[in-house]
Ligand binder design. Structure first.
Ligand code: CA
Length: 279
C-alpha cells in the first residue's frame, strides 16, 4: 500500500497498513495528521484480531472500493495491485482469505493460485473478467474456494466472502450458546445475529463475552475495570467503557438507542437482560 494515494483514501486503508521504518521516514505532515486522528478513533480496537483479507486487484478504483466495503464489514484488508506486492504481503502476514484477480500487470492470478496452493490452504476467491467456462473450471481445479465474474455486485462478493469463511469454521464450531437471535461460539469467538456473523473487535468481544458469562446480573463499572480489563493488563479510561458498550450495541441491537440486550443501570453499570442457553 502506497502512502501517496491522498489523504481520504489513506484514512480508509489504515487497518490494512503495517507501517515500516521506511514509511515513517517518508511520511509528510498531512499523512501524520490523518494517522494521529485514526489512532484516536481506533483506540481500543485490535484490528489484527480480525479476519485478514489480501485483495489483489490492479484496477485501483475497484481495489479501493472493495477495500472500503470490506473494512466497513469489519475485515482487516491488505491490498495489492501487483503480484510482487501480493507475495511480499503474503509472506509477511497471516492471511485468512485472498480475493484474486486473474489479469494482473506482472503475471496471472491462476499462476499465483497454483504457487500458493503448493504451500498454503488459505481461502481463495477469484474475482475476474475471465468468464469462459474453461477459466472457471481452471480456477476451481487450482483450488479456488469460489469464483466471481465481473461485473459483480459488492453485496454478493461480501456474502461469498462470509460464506467461505463460515464453511471453513463450521467444523470447529461445536459448543454454542444461544440468546434469542444471537448465537455465540466460544471456541472460535464467532458471534452471529439472525444467522449473520457479527465481526467484533477484540475489545468488543471481551465485553460481549463478559456480558454473556454474567447474563441477567447487574455488572458494576468497578467489576468491568477490576475483573475484565485488568485481567490482561489493559489500560482502560473510565470514558472508554461507554464508548465500547455503544459500539457493541450498534452491532448486536436492532435499535441501539433503545437496547433490548444491554441496558444501562443508571449510576451503577450495565445488565445483559436476556438469558443465554448452551445448545
Ligand atoms: Ca485486472
Amino acid at each position: 500500500m502506497s502512502w501517496g494515494r491522498g489523504c481520504c483514501q489513506l484514512s480508509f486503508s489504515f487497518p490494512a497498513l503495517k507501517i515500516t521504518q521506511e514509511d515513517v521516514t517518508n511520511i509528510n505532515t498531512e499523512q501524520l495528521f490523518v494517522l494521529f486522528f485514526y489512532c484516536i478513533i481506533e483506540k481500543g480496537d485490535d484490528m489484527n484480531n480480525l479476519t485478514s483479507i489480501l485483495l489483489i486487484e490492479d484496477d485501483e478504483s475497484l481495489n479501493r472500493g472493495i477495500s472500503f466495503k470490506l473494512e466497513r464489514e469489519g475485515f482487516n484488508v491488505l491490498s495489492a495491485t501487483y503480484l510482487k506486492e501480493a507475495w511480499e504481503i503474503f509472506n509477511k502476514q497471516d492471511i485468512d482469505l485472498i480475493i484474486l484477480d486473474v489479469g494482473l500487470p506482472d503475471g496471472d492470478g491462476f499462476e499465483f493460485c497454483r504457487e500458493i496452493r503448493k504451500k498454503s490452504g488459505v481461502l481463495i476467491i477469484f474475482l475476474t473478467a475471465c468468464v469462459q467456462e474453461v477459466d472457471i473450471v481452471t480456477g476451481y481445479d487450482l483450488g479456488a474456494d469460489d469464483y466471481i465474474t465481473k461485473p459483480f455486485s459488492l453485496m454478493v462478493l461480501i456474502s461469498k466472502v462470509k460464506a467461505v469463511l463460515r464453511r471453513k469454521n463450521n467444523n470447529s464450531e461445536t459448543e454454542m450458546f444461544q440468546c434469542n437471535d444471537i448465537i455465540y461460539y466460544p471456541k472460535t469467538m464467532k458471534v452471529y445475529k439472525n444467522g449473520k456473523e457479527m465481526f467484533l473487535s477484540k475489545t468488543e468481544f471481551k465485553l460481549f463475552k463478559y456480558f454473556i458469562d454474567n447474563c441477567q446480573q447487574v455488572i458494576t463499572k468497578e467489576q468491568f475495570f477490576n475483573e475484565l480489563w485488568d485481567m490482561e493488563g489493559d489500560f482502560l479510561e473510565e470514558s472508554t467503557l461507554p464508548v465500547n458498550v455503544r459500539r457493541l450495541r450498534e452491532k448486536i441491537e436492532d435499535d441501539p438507542s433503545n437496547p433490548k440486550y444491554i441496558k444501562t443501570v443508571r449510576g451503577i453499570g450495565y445488565i445483559w437482560t436476556e438469558g443465554c442457553f448452551k445448545k
